[in-house]
Structures are given as structure tokens and as C-alpha cells.
Design a protein around this ligand. Structure first.
Ligand SMILES: [Zn+2]
Length: 182
């Protein structure tokens, strides 16, 4: 097990676009393992490399008992949008907001051995692919909220006990986000 501290909102690494993976080597396989272990420990439904301080385009997911990872993802979104689905993020412990996301997503990329992979997701899986790929672009779920929800989110963030902590010190309750934290 190689559980890493999860970076919290306010840490600049979460706003920094990640670089594409070029070397599919042992270090990359260790990164995928660290992401997987950290995600499962949290627990979360997804985790992107910048959330453990690594600026590479890699994420892991665990949705509907399907565990996996994707490297250098490229998304193709369906037109239908779920406006109301609650979404959280391990970098915003305990907070969820209704976040508009496409209901269907096809994610193309590579596995850790450099083999091409195509993943198709609906509902929470599609939401996860969008949330994690956003992380790799330095985009956070609060950026996707409508203006009313965004105001509520900023207030909740200011009032959160972890607000302003850039050091990763919070071990969140597994119940706080009903397993929907990404
Ligand atoms: Zn997240």
C-alpha cells in the first residue's frame, strides 16, 4: 500500500494543467498503484494524479465495483445532460453540489502498459470520467456549477474546517460524501 496525502482546494497543483504521459515505465505503474490505493482508502469513486501532487494525465476510478485507470484521456460526450446529480471531490472534503454533467461519455486513452483503451460510461461512471479529466486540465467541479450553486459552494468552502489548509491533514469520514467523491 502506498497511500498518499490528498491535496485540498487552495493547493496550486489542483489549478495546474497536467502533462501528458510519455514514458509508460515502472514509475507510471507505481503512480497508478498509489492513486488506486489512495482512492480506495479515502474512499472515493475517482482520483486524478494532481490530487496527490503529480502533474501527469492519469486518473483512477472505482464506480459500480469497476476498478480501473486511464492515461492521457480524451473524452467524447453525449448531448444529454444531468443537471441535478450531486457531485463531490476528495479535494473538497464533505461537500457535494448538484453539478451538470453529460450522462454519457466515451473516454479514450491508454492503460499503464501503453495499450490503447476505450471506456464507455453512463451516469456516475460518465460523471467520474468528466470530473477526473477536468482535474487534469486544472478545472474543478465548482467551476461547473451554476451561479447560485457556485455562491453556495464558495460560502461552504470558506466555512469548511479544512479551508485555508494547504497541507493535507484532513482524513475525511467515509460517510461524508456518500461515496460520490471523485
Ligand atoms: Zn475531484
Amino acid at each position: 500500500m502506498a497511500i498518499q496525502p490528498i491535496r485540498l482546494f487552495g493547493d496550486p497543483v489542483l489549478r495546474t494543467p497536467a502533462e501528458p504521459v510519455v514514458d509508460f515505465d515502472k514509475e507510471l505503474r507505481k503512480l497508478v498503484k498509489d492513486l488506486t490505493d489512495t482512492m480506495m482508502d479515502a474512499p472515493g469513486a475517482g482520483l486524478a494524479a494532481p490530487q496527490i501532487g503529480v502533474g501527469l494525465r492519469v486518473f483512477t476510478y472505482y464506480v459500480d465495483e469497476q476498478l480501473g485507470h486511464l492515461i492521457n484521456p480524451d473524452l467524447d460526450l453525449g448531448g444529454e445532460v444531468d443537471e441535478e446529480g450531486e457531485e463531490g471531490c476528495l479535494s473538497f472534503p464533505g461537500l457535494t453540489f448538484p453539478t451538470p454533467r453529460a450522462i454519457r461519455a466515451v473516454a479514450k486513452g491508454f492503460n499503464m502498459h501503453g495499450e490503447p483503451v476505450t471506456l464507455e460510461g453512463t451516469d456516475l461512471m460518465a460523471r467520474c470520467f468528466q470530473h477526473e479529466t477536468d482535474h487534469l486540465d486544472g478545472v474543478l467541479f465548482i467551476d461547473r456549477l451554476d451561479s447560485k450553486q457556485r455562491k453556495l459552494a464558495m460560502k461552504a468552502i470558506r466555512e469548511a474546517e479544512w479551508s485555508g489548509l494547504s497541507a493535507p491533514v484532513v482524513k475525511i469520514s467515509p460517510h461524508a460524501t456518500q461515496g460520490r467523491a471523485l
